[in-house]
Structure formats: structure tokens, C-alpha cells
Design a protein around this ligand. Structure first.
Ligand SMILES: C[S@@+](CC[C@H](N)C(=O)[O-])C[C@H]1O[C@@H](n2cnc3c(N)ncnc32)[C@H](O)[C@@H]1O
Length: 308
């Protein structure tokens, strides 16, 4: 993307969250927490660490990290969305963590910190939003101290031909049969496909290149982390599948988390959204009447790296 396009994309991406921040936080606390806990454990945070959380959102990772550190440790969460940052700040106050954690509006591709400021940098589900992910990774490298650890996680299918990939295939086999029999709907693809069908795409770019390129981001992300100068220590993959009880909740969760659906629905005429919503509910009820279920698989591919 060109510089001008990048700025427009970033602003639109950040503001697309502002109207759904509350729902985002509600579903994140419920569904992202196990993946955020794994990320924090992989970062092996020490009590006195100064930590940066890039694309912090409503602060799920930053607040988990703040609970681990001592009085002399600090956490700084940065994000571009004002709505996300306001919620993150309110949560920190509610938890009594405001002395340890700070949130600021900042672009991951232009970090406003001195070189070698942080011991540890973490980032969950944000890298795929950046139009220039290598620029962001080089910025992260710059602001880290030598020997510091960096853990980044992105939504992805498991690595190809891996043990985790193979065991995942075995685990989801019964689901693949249910889907073929029309007894399971899977988020966010289900809403995205209806959106694709009923709401024509505009010229507006909805996803950054890295996200739209492939659903398996494992080798692409590892390569980028290495290109930014890091030494790769380890990679890992973790997933869990949420069962969603009602079509209403299934709708809310997808329109909140899916970048494509969130952006296209917020720009569409209300009558078109209503028509699409009716189609969505009809299909959910048909599947449920057959004894089927509504599911949202959550998966993260982790890269653990070191600045040396
Ligand atoms: C899917 S959310 C993940 C939030 C949080 N890390 C979590 O896991 O709940 C992606 C976040 O990245 C932020 N973001 C997107 N582009 C950004 C940029 N260039 N700089 C900083 N944050 C950005 C968005 O505003 C959003 O809060």
C-alpha cells in the first residue's frame, strides 16, 4: 500500500472498532482470554520488566501482564482506536492497576519511544491489521533492549504438515461431517459469505494485505519477524472452539470480530442490513432445527523471538 492509502486504511480500521468497543470487550474477555494467557506465559515476564503491548485493543494482554509485574515493572499498551483505549483505561482503573499500566494512542508503524526502552514486547491479533507489518516489526525491534523477548500471535490455521495441524484435523473431523450435512455453521465465514452475497464490495480496502493473502499465515509471519532482525526461538499454535447458544449472539459476535463484516455492515443502508440479518437468522434456525450447532473457532499462531 502507498503511504497515503496506508494512513486512510489505518484511520478507517481504528474507527471501525469505536462503535463496537463494548461488545468487543465482552466477547474478548470470554473467548480470547485463554489465547491471551498463553501469550503472556510464553513471554516469561519478569517482575521488573517494562512491557509494551502493540495493538492492545481493550487491554486483555496488557492487563494480564500488569497483574504479574511488581511495583518496579510497567506495561504500556498502544492502539489507534480511541474507543478501545478508553475501555482499556477504564478496566485498568476498575482493577486498581492504573499505577502499573498505561494506554496511549499510537501507530504501531511509528512507535513514539526511544530505542531500547522495553524488555518485553507482546502483540495479540493485531499484526494482520497493519498495512506495513514489516515496518511495525522493525519499530518493535528498535524499541526493545538487546536480549529482550517478543511474542506475537496472529489468527491462523495450523502450520502445514505439523503435529498440531494433524491433531487438529483429527479433532475437527466430526465437525467437517456436520458441516457437510448442513448441521453446523462456522463463524466468521458464515456472516462474511452472506455479506459478500448481499452487500457489494466498495473500493474501500477492508483487510491489510497480510490478512487477505491466505488463511495460513504461519510461514509468512515467521519470515517477517526474521526479516525485522529477530532471532526466532520457537513457534506454537493453539485453538479452541466456542459453542454459541443463540443466533442473536452468533450475529453480534461475528459483526464485532470480522473486519470485513464489521466494516461493510456499518457502511450499508439499514434496510439492506435488515434483509441480510433476516437471511442470517433463517439459516441459523434451519441448522438448529436439524439439531445442528453454531460455532466460532479461535486459533492463534505464536512466534517467540529475541532481539540479539
Ligand atoms: C483484533 S484487535 C486485537 C486487540 C487485542 N490485542 C486483543 O487481542 O483483544 C486489533 C487491534 O489493533 C489495533 N490497530 C490496528 N492498526 C493499528 C496500528 N497501525 N497501530 C496500533 N494499533 C492498531 C486496532 O485498533 C485493534 O484494537
Amino acid at each position: 500500500m502507498q503511504t497515503m492509502d496506508s494512513q486512510t486504511f489505518k484511520t478507517r480500521d481504528a474507527t471501525s472498532y469505536d462503535a463496537v468497543t463494548e461488545q468487543f470487550d465482552f466477547f474478548t474477555e470470554r473467548l480470547t482470554t485463554p489465547l491471551a494467557e498463553r501469550l503472556v506465559s510464553l513471554a516469561e515476564i519478569k517482575a521488573s520488566d517494562s512491557i509494551l503491548d502493540v495493538g492492545t485493543g481493550t487491554g486483555v494482554v496488557a492487563l494480564l501482564a500488569a497483574k504479574i509485574i511488581a511495583e518496579n515493572g510497567t506495561v504500556h499498551g498502544i492502539d489507534l482506536s480511541e474507543g478501545m483505549l478508553a475501555t482499556a483505561t477504564a478496566k485498568a482503573e476498575k482493577l486498581g492497576l492504573e499505577e502499573k499500566v498505561k494506554f496511549s494512542q499510537m501507530d504501531a508503524e511509528n512507535l513514539e519511544f526511544e530505542a531500547e526502552t522495553f524488555d518485553t514486547v507482546v502483540s495479540l491479533f493485531a499484526l494482520l491489521h497493519f498495512p506495513n507489518p514489516l515496518t511495525a516489526l522493525k519499530e518493535i525491534y528498535r524499541v526493545m533492549r538487546p536480549g529482550g523477548s517478543f511474542v506475537v500471535a496472529v489468527g491462523s490455521r495450523p502450520p502445514l504438515f505439523s503435529a498440531s495441524g494433524l491433531s487438529h484435523l483429527v479433532d475437527i473431523f466430526p465437525d467437517l461431517i456436520r458441516r457437510k450435512q448442513g448441521r453446523q455453521l462456522v463463524a466468521p465465514g458464515f456472516l462474511d459469505s452472506l455479506v459478500e452475497q448481499y452487500l457489494p464490495k466498495t473500493d474501500e480496502q477492508e483487510e491489510a494485505d497480510l490478512a487477505s493473502h491466505s488463511h495460513n499465515r504461519t510461514s509468512g509471519v515467521s519470515k517477517l519477524v526474521r526479516s525485522a532482525g529477530f532471532r526466532l526461538l520457537q513457534t506454537g499454535w493453539q485453538s479452541h472452539q466456542a459453542q454459541i447458544a443463540t443466533p442473536e449472539e452468533f450475529w453480534e459476535i461475528q459483526r464485532t470480530f470480522s473486519s470485513i463484516s464489521r466494516k461493510r455492515l456499518s457502511n450499508a443502508a439499514p434496510e439492506k442490513v435488515e434483509l441480510l440479518r433476516q437471511k442470517f437468522f433463517e439459516q441459523c434456525r434451519t441448522v438448529q432445527s436439524r439439531g445442528g450447532n453454531l460455532v466460532y473457532p479461535f486459533a492463534a499462531f505464536y512466534v517467540i523471538a529475541e532481539k540479539y
